[in-house]
Design a protein around this ligand. Structure first.
Ligand code: CTP
Ligand code: MG
Length: 229
């Protein structure tokens, strides 16, 4: 199986309020994006990476990738799903991908063991699979006026992370159709769900954070010094 990583890195990082998009903030002298890409390329079954960047990105050309595996660039789109779809189309048409592994540029703390578990499990699942963690806190459903309507059964709730891995053509078709129908597509699995299929939940770790708010950068720096596996 030819498994190609697709990394959406075309966002502006508005919630981060930094001087540059968050994927270009540095940890240990390398951009967050660099860490995320190198983490997925470290897996022996990932053959190459396709990174979706903004058409006006001034930073990407300066990055050196210390790997023998190709790192291709494509232009992303308006929403995350548009960037992912551009990357998948390139992976299918130019790289002969039959599986794609989509991983946020803003998740540099991915553990190698969790990536291995996801890939090994999902290669046997035609509907794909994602890394996720069970919800820890008690969950409340709110009323419109911010009162508690009820407690939601936590045992059925998981936090979706990336990587998310699918047969390449299945995901391209699902995203194309879901976007055309105006469905809400905040991750890859939601497009597959929209088709009526049920991707696997593979349990990862809560330290695989998506850098989103200013305080997250220090936390990611801390996790990356920890030799987690
Ligand atoms: N992304 C992308 N193309 C977009 C929007 C987002 O490739 N049009 C990427 C981001 O670069 C990031 C990942 O998708 O790696 C997850 O998205 P998110 O955390 O929402 O990043 P941003 O959209 O950049 O941040 P914000 O929503 O705070 O503006
Ligand atoms: Mg966003």
């Amino acid at each position: 199986a030819n498994l190609v990583a697709v990394i959406p890195a075309a966002g502006v990082g508005s919630r981060m309020q930094a001087d540059c998009p968050k994927q270009y903030l540095t940890i240990d002298a390398q951009p967050v994006l660099w860490h995320s890409v190198m983490k997925v390329l470290a897996h022996p079954q990932v053959t190459r990476a396709v990174v979706a960047v903004s058409a006006t990105d001034p930073y990407i050309a300066d990055i050196q990738w210390p790997t023998d595996k190709p790192v291709d660039l494509v232009h992303g789109g308006k929403e995350r799903a548009d960037s992912v779809l551009a990357g998948i189309r390139h992976a299918i048409e130019q790289c002969n991908a039959d599986w794609v592994l989509v991983h946020d540029a803003a998740r540099p703390c991915l553990r190698a063991a969790d990536l291995s578990q996801l890939i090994a499990t999902t290669l046997n699942a035609n509907q794909g699979g994602i890394l996720a963690v069970p919800v820890r806190d008690t969950m409340k459903r709110a009323t419109g006026s911010r009162q508690i309507a009820q407690t939601v059964d936590r045992n059925a709730l998981w936090h979706a992370q990336t990587p998310q891995m699918f047969p390449a053509v299945l995901l391209a078709d699902a995203l194309t159709q879901a976007l055309a129908a105006g469905a809400t597509v905040t991750d890859e699995a939601s497009a597959i769900e929209w088709l009526g299929q049920q991707p696997l939940l593979v349990e990862g770790h809560a330290d695989n954070i998506k850098i989103t708010h200013p305080e997250d950068l220090a936390l990611a720096r801390f996790y990356l010094t920890q030799e987690l596996s």
